[in-house]
Design a protein around this ligand. Sequence first.
Ligand SMILES: Cc1cc2nc3c(=O)[nH]c(=O)nc-3n(C[C@H](O)[C@H](O)[C@H](O)COP(=O)(O)O)c2cc1C
Length: 200
Amino acid sequence: MTIDPQRASPQDTYRLLTSCVVPRPIALVSTVSIDGIRNVAPFSFFNAVSAEPPIICFCPSPRQPPKDTLVNVRKTREFVVNIVSEAMAEAMNASSAPFPPDVDEFEMAGFTPVPSEAVTPPRVGESPVSLECRLHLIVEVSDRPFGGTLVLGEVVRFHVQDRVLRNGRIDADLLGAIARMGGIDYSRTRDRFSMRRPGA
Ligand SMILES: Cc1cc2nc3c(=O)[nH]c(=O)nc-3n(C[C@H](O)[C@H](O)[C@H](O)COP(=O)(O)O)c2cc1C
């Protein structure tokens, strides 16, 4: 099968992309509004971009009114990316509901806000790893309904819970991160294999 996206509907193209770019890691992004309302929402268009300096990205899609996360990041230039473990799956999913901007989404989802060190938004206490970020750059990629805005953030603090460390390093089994597949499917990160790079 060969598909020309110019001839496919945006919805079919979205389905195609999200079922072949898998598994996608999940950034549970915490922010605060300029009125101090706490917000938390998951984004699976998420990845690492650079390690020097450490830069990560995530991509909110357009919505009217715009998603609270993007509004808050634009105004405050700060956010925290919290890694999602399996134990957090239900609450993470609950936090994706379209709550109005004046609702504290930590409370709605049942997450524990823990003060951050270098930024105002709290991190999620249940998360095994949290990355405090300052906004690096926003790239308006497409404002069409299935478009997206690329948000790049510099990590200014890493918080790693001791319980996921083995010999001083993050252990994938202890981390237990989950990832997004196509449709309503998720994956675990337990089924792995190792392979050395040539010349390494
Ligand atoms: C696992 C998961 C991944 C998601 N990934 C994205 C994403 O990458 N981009 C996006 O715009 N919305 C994504 N969503 C939907 C948002 O979380 C949802 O629109 C949310 O209401 C946004 O919240 P906010 O208005 O508080 O920012 C995802 C939802 C789930 C459950």
